[in-house]
Design a binder for this molecule. Structure first.
Ligand code: KG4
Ligand code: ZN
Length: 380
């Protein structure tokens, strides 16, 4: 039986994209946040190359785990559990993390928790601002996702209200940076240029904000095309492209829509807290505009510090710790990486038997189904 505690000591492993993250938390307290990034290896391709990322995770895994344990000053044998991102993300990259987590958990005799990357991006704020209010409204904006999520219980009940119908917000930043020849990843560099520019210089379109458009969904591909066309026209006319103004005006269009829809979702659902997470939450303009609009609407804004907003292991450990504290079922040894794990599945519970710790009574339908099938095969 796993020990249940208010302040579980949990190690979390994150490998869904290009960051090998290993974090260690005790309840809501961050003890270590070790990250090895392969971002430089992808820069010349202008985007993350899955095979390169997987190989880099493999090489970085053991040293990053050792560094985290050393930074935290704890011994692996004292852990209450090991959590790992089970999905969504790049299949090969996730597989490295899941395999490592299983190996460590099995060898150490610790419960294993396969958790959701998106729920982790929300839960990480507990390390910064303490327990999340229930429900929490979350705006998740990263290179792979842009979603509005209502979370009555981060460990078991996360409801998607809307998401992007084309590009993710971070993806739009990355693509516009490429058009402007600013390198990869685009978010931080556009953020920097925008500080010198005029956000009202060019009026770019605000996607899906018409009266008949879906209220909580996002679209950034029209904006991306509009910005690219505007730049092309300048270049064709032999004029200089005012990079800072384009960056500021583009950023303003993204941030305007994100904050407007997030505040609207809070009001519509009577939620007085907004959490913003994911890599784009590191954006200075997004933070400033969200702060002002939330204040006007009487909503308390919670945004973790930038290092906790981008992918890291601490966020996985934070959600794992919450799973342990709430006595959620641990995962089975046959936990697999699921590149399209739905956001509604905060974790992947085991099927109640045959797994390491005998205290799980999960309700994973896929597992149950699998179990039924194998029984049939056995007896027929
Ligand atoms: O959460 P994250 O580290 O990885 C994913 O799960 O995707 O997010 C990475 C994304 C990239 O697209 C990057 O350009 C964007 O977050 N990003 C930013 C900023 N810092 C990172 N976007 C806008 N402003 C920033 N300051
Ligand atoms: Zn992420």
């Amino acid at each position: 039986m796993a020990r249940r505690t208010d302040e579980p000591l949990v190690l979390g492993i994150e490998t869904s994209c290009d960051e090998t993250g290993v974090g260690i938390v005790r309840g809501h307290t961050l003890l270590a946040d070790a990250v090895a990034s392969s971002v430089d290896e992808h820069a010349r391709f202008g985007g993350v190359v899955p095979e390169v990322a997987s190989r880099a995770h493999l090489e970085a895994m053991v040293p990053t785990i050792q560094r985290a344990l050393k930074d935290a000053g704890v011994s692996a044998k004292d852990l209450d559990g090991i959590a790992v991102t089970a999905g969504p993300g790049l299949a090969g990259a996730l597989l490295v993390g899941v395999s490592a987590a299983k190996a460590y958990a099995y060898a150490l005799g610790k419960p294993l928790y396969g958790v959701n990357h998106l729920a982790s991006h929300i839960c990480v704020d507990q390390l910064e601002h303490g327990a999340l209010p229930e429900p929490t409204m979350a705006l998740l904006v990263s290179g792979g996702h842009s979603s509005l999520l209502l979370a009555p219980d981060i460990t078991a009940d996360v409801r998607p209200l809307g998401s992007t119908i084309d590009d993710a917000a971070g993806e739009a930043f990355d693509k516009i940076a490429r058009v402007l020849n600013l390198g990869f990843p685009g978010g931080p560099v556009i953020d920097r240029y925008a500080r010198e520019g005029d956000p009202d210089a060019i009026r770019f379109p605000r996607g899906l904000t018409g009266p008949r458009d879906p209220i909580y969904d996002f679209s950034f591909s029209g904006l991306k095309t509009a910005v690219a066309r505007w730049i092309e026209a300048k270049r064709a006319a032999g004029e200089n492209v005012p990079v800072a103004d384009v960056a500021a005006s583009f950023q303003e269009a993204v941030v305007d829509v994100l904050t407007r829809k997030a505040v609207r979702a809070c009001k519509d659902h009577g939620v007085d807290h907004l959490m913003i997470g994911g890599g784009v939450a590191a954006n200075t303009r997004l933070r400033a505009m969200a702060e002002r609009r939330c204040e006007d609407a009487g909503i308390t804004l919670r945004v973790p510090r930038p290092k906790l907003c981008t992918d890291n292991g601490a966020m996985v450990a934070a959600l794992g710790a919450e799973m342990v504290a709430r006595g959620r079922a641990s995962s089975s040894w046959d936990l697999s990486a699921d590149s399209s794990l739905p956001v509604t599945e905060s974790h992947v519970p085991g099927h109640g038997d045959g797994h390491g710790h005998g205290h799980g009574h999960g309700h994973g339908h896929d597992h149950d189904h699998f179990h039924e099938l194998s029984k049939d095969n056995l007896y027929s």
